[in-house]
Design a protein around this ligand. Structure first.
Ligand SMILES: [Zn+2]
Length: 102
């Protein structure tokens, strides 16, 4: 089974700082279909993206924009991202995991 795990798992407010998956994704990983796993890995690698992260300008993905009802970021603890204007896009999982938990 493919996994982005780099054996450096540490739960940082709902995001693994090693592989950047959400804890929910890690828990559900084994029961996901291959396609679901591919989708997560594509998001983590920036292969699929909906916008660029306003902080690092790397590819970021908002699942809502992909047509889903929830976003991966709903599963992680709310972060203190500072002042973000209403139109600004979501941070990528790398930047979000570095922010202090609100
Ligand atoms: Zn970023």
């Amino acid at each position: 089974m493919k996994t982005p795990c780099i054996a450096a798992c540490k739960n940082e407010g709902g995001i693994c700082i090693g592989c950047k998956r959400t804890i929910t994704e890690i828990i559900e990983w084994k029961s996901m279909t291959d396609i679901q796993r591919e989708n997560v890995m594509d998001r983590l690698s920036g292969k699929t993206s909906t916008h660029t992260c306003p902080e690092c300008e790397q590819p970021a993905q908002c699942d809502i924009k992909m047509g889903k009802e929830t976003c991966w970021c709903f599963e992680v603890e709310t972060r203190d991202v500072g002042i973000i204007s209403e139109n600004s896009e979501c941070l990528c999982q790398h930047c979000l995991s570095k922010k202090p938990i609100a």
